[in-house]
Ligand binder design. Structure first.
Ligand SMILES: [Zn+2]
Length: 427
């Protein structure tokens, strides 16, 4: 079956079990508001109707001085403001391709009154050239709209979501939430999911991305797994995902330190190598071959205790995870972390290289348990930190309404009715 047609997914806007209309209406209104342009043409804190508006992007060779001179601003004024407000607006740093707005007087002169430089989709810098010229930075209004998405999968999650025009980050975020509990390469037909997250809008109208998953539900092989984002450790601002029984969905260790590495040499205390005349040269690491420059990730949360270069190990990083476990990553091209730094599981700590004794680009992953190197592929790895008992009452109170909300999300009605048609289409 063609993949596209094999996927059935729909966006659903909130439908509450308790009140079929109330919440859904409210959300629909919010979405509508988002799609409607504001009536007063106010942007960047100015009523654009009062000016002749010139929108453009910085082009090769443009300079602030030239742009201003073209728009009838006297050079001494430009020089003065460039000098006086260098910390706010460094005219030497305007970049090709960045959008800007010039608000000009509506009279025949058409002199620039205000110059607005869009630093990024949210932040902008205003150079007000009127009277006592001044410059300042500001932000566009950001609005968050909660979104609910549900779907039934026939092939892959990512295609399902992408084909519906939903931000790729939603797929990515959802896959990360369930990375330890669901193998996304082995999804089953009719696996279902629901996800609640927020979308960010600038000035109510411009879509600016998906926020992390707030709560989700995944039914894999008929087994439901809830996930709720919750701050486990307020000191480190750690947000983890827990199920309805407060079990952490994350495992303590990633399976391997590179995303797509090939296991090239296992831990082997009796390894014999031709090069060394078949003498026993124990290999206490687990090697993953990957191209130079491949990001190497911390396999668990911890503190960097070494980030250095030494002999055959080349450039390496060692992380202490707790009193029992430490991990070490050898032959890096370069490290990205410093001694003493706290890293989270999945953080990039360096890149695959060939420093030290190595015949090809790989990361030699060493797994320490109570000061001895062991085989991580044979270890019974501990579960990630459970929720602290003292936090449980708060957690359960927090998730109760969200779980209800999840339970109330309906799957798309088009679900299977179209399946015959879909199959026909692909014959
Ligand atoms: Zn090795």
């Amino acid at each position: 079956m063609h993949r596209y047609w094999g996927i059935i997914l729909a966006l659903t806007i909130a439908v509450s079990c308790k009140d079929d209309n109330g919440q859904a209406k409210e959300l629909a209104q919010q979405v509508q508001q988002v799609n409607e342009l504001p009536k007063i043409n106010e942007q960047y804190g100015f009523n654009l109707d009062e000016f002749a508006v010139h929108l453009d992007t910085v082009r090769n060779g443009d300079s602030f001085g030239e742009l201003m001179q073209k728009n009838k601003v006297a050079y001494p004024k430009v020089a003065a403001i460039s000098e006086r407000y260098r910390d706010t607006f460094d005219v030497r740093k305007i970049r090709v391709g960045k959008p800007y707005v010039i608000l000009k007087s509506k009279d025949t002169v058409g002199q620039a009154q205000v110059f607005i430089y869009q630093n990024d989709p949210i932040n902008y810098t205003v150079v007000d050239l009127r009277d006592s010229a001044h410059a300042y930075r500001s932000k566009r209004k950001v609005k968050y709209v909660q979104r609910e998405v549900s779907g039934v999968i026939e092939t892959s999650l990512s295609e399902a979501i992408l084909d519906q025009g939903i931000d790729y980050n939603v797929t990515h975020n959802l896959a990360n939430v369930y990375a330890w509990t669901i193998d996304f390469s082995r999804l089953q037909k009719k696996d279902k999911f629901k996800v609640i997250y927020k979308e960010k809008y600038i000035n109510d109208t411009i879509y600016a991305g998906a926020e992390p998953v707030e709560a989700a539900y995944f039914e894999h092989n008929g087994k439901p797994i809830y996930a709720f984002a919750y701050e486990n450790d307020s000191l480190k601002n750690i947000v983890d995902y827990f199920d309805q029984d407060a079990n952490n969905l994350r495992r303590t260790f990633l399976r391997m330190p590179v995303e797509f590495g090939r296991l090239s040499s296992r831990y082997n205390l009796n390894r014999r190598i031709k090069y060394y005349g078949y003498k026993v040269r124990p290999h206490k690491g687990t090697d993953y071959a990957a191209p130079i420059g491949t990001p190497i990730m911390a396999t668990a949360d911890g503190t960097v205790i070494e980030s250095t270069r030494r002999g055959g190990n080349g450039k390496y990083v060692k992380i202490r995870h707790n009193g029992t476990f430490a991990t070490q990553y050898l032959h890096m091209k370069a490290q990205k972390v410093k001694k003493g730094q706290f890293v989270r599981q999945g953080d990039v700590i360096g890149w695959v290289g060939m420093t030290g004794n190595t015949g090809g680009p790989h990361v030699c992953y060493r797994f320490w348990k109570n000061g001895k190197q062991v085989d991580p592929l044979k270890e019974e790895l501990p579960q990630a930190e459970p929720l602290n008992d003292s936090l449980k009452p708060d957690y359960f109170a927090y998730i109760t309404p969200i779980k209800e909300q999840l339970d109330c999300i309906i799957y798309p009605k088009v679900l299977l009715e179209d399946e015959d048609d879909l199959i026909t289409l692909n014959q």
